[in-house]
Write a protein that binds this ligand. Structure first.
Ligand SMILES: O=P(O)(O)OC[C@H]1O[C@H](OP(=O)(O)OP(=O)(O)O)[C@H](O)[C@@H]1O
Ligand SMILES: Nc1ncnc2[nH]cnc12
Length: 213
C-alpha cells in the first residue's frame, strides 16, 4: 500500500518519459564515483538564466528546474554530502541561510545525520537574537540568528543556494563570529565568479558546485 502510494507521488522517470539529459544524469549518478565534471555539466542544464530579474542588469540564475527534477536535486545533495564527509568529518551543524539556503541546508544536514540551525531574515526568529545588516547583488537586508543557536567552538558549515557579491554569506559569517562558532566552510550550489564573493569571504573557504562568470 505504502509503496503504491509513494509510487503515485514519485513515479519513475521512465513512466513520465525520460529526457536525454535526465537519462545521462541518472546513469552518471549510477556510479557514484562517476565523473564529477559530467554530473556538474548535467546539473547546469537544470539552471535557467533570466535577464533583468529582479532588476535591470541582473542575470537571475533560476534553480526551480533543478528542484523539480528529483534526480538532479538528489545529485546535488549526493555531491555536497560527499564533500562534507571527506573534508569535514568533525562538523557539528549545518547553518542554512534564509530562504533558498533552506532548500538545501536541512536536507544535507539530515543526510549527514546532524542538526541544522537557521539564519533568517530580520523579524522571523523569536527570543534573543544577534543581527547583521548587509548589501546583496540587488538590495539590502538584515540577517538574524537566535543567540543560543550555537555554543562557542561548535563547528559549522554555512549553506546557501548561490553566492553573488558575497554580502549575504559575509553577514552570515559575522553572525557565526558573534556566537563564537567555528566556520569550516561556506557551501553554495552556484557561484557567480565575476562578482568575486569568495574574495570577500576570505579567510573562510568557499565550495561551489556550479560556477558561472
Ligand atoms: O551574494 P549576494 O550578493 O549576497 O547574493 C546571494 C543571495 O541572494 C539570494 O537571496 P535573496 O536575498 O534574494 O533571498 P531569497 O533566498 O529569499 O530568495 C540568494 O539566495 C543568496 O542568499
Ligand atoms: N544573479 C542571481 N541569480 C539568482 N539569485 C541571486 N541572488 C543574488 N544574485 C542572484
Amino acid at each position: 500500500m505504502v509503496s503504491s502510494a509513494l509510487s503515485r507521488l514519485l513515479p519513475p522517470s521512465s513512466a513520465r518519459g525520460t529526457s536525454p539529459a535526465e537519462g545521462r544524469l541518472r546513469s552518471a549518478r549510477g556510479s557514484m564515483s562517476g565523473d564529477l565534471w559530467e554530473r556538474r555539466r548535467l546539473l547546469e542544464e537544470r539552471v535557467r538564466a533570466f535577464p533583468d530579474f529582479p532588476s535591470p542588469g541582473v542575470l537571475f540564475r533560476d534553480i526551480t528546474p533543478l528542484l523539480k527534477d528529483p534526480i538532479a536535486f538528489r545529485t546535488v545533495i549526493d555531491i555536497l554530502e560527499h564533500r562534507v564527509r571527506t573534508h569535514y568529518p568533525q562538523i557539528d551543524f549545518i547553518a542554512g541561510l534564509d530562504s533558498r539556503g533552506f532548500l538545501f541546508g536541512p536536507v544535507l544536514a539530515q543526510r549527514l545525520g546532524i542538526g541544522c540551525v537557521l539564519i533568517r531574515k530580520k523579524g522571523k526568529l523569536p527570543g534573543p537574537t544577534e543581527s547583521v545588516s548587509y548589501t546583496l547583488e540587488y538590495g539590502q537586508a538584515e540577517l538574524e540568528i537566535q543567540s543560543d543557536a550555537l555554543e562557542p567552538g561548535e563547528k559549522v558549515i554555512l549553506v546557501d543556494d548561490l553566492l553573488a557579491t558575497g554580502g549575504t554569506m559575509c553577514a552570515a559569517c559575522e553572525l557565526m563570529k558573534k556566537l563564537k562558532a567555528d566556520i569550516l566552510e561556506c557551501v553554495v550550489v552556484i557561484e557567480l565568479k565575476s562578482l568575486k564573493g569568495a574574495e570577500k569571504l576570505k579567510p573562510f573557504p568557499v565550495y561551489s558546485l556550479l560556477q558561472y562568470d
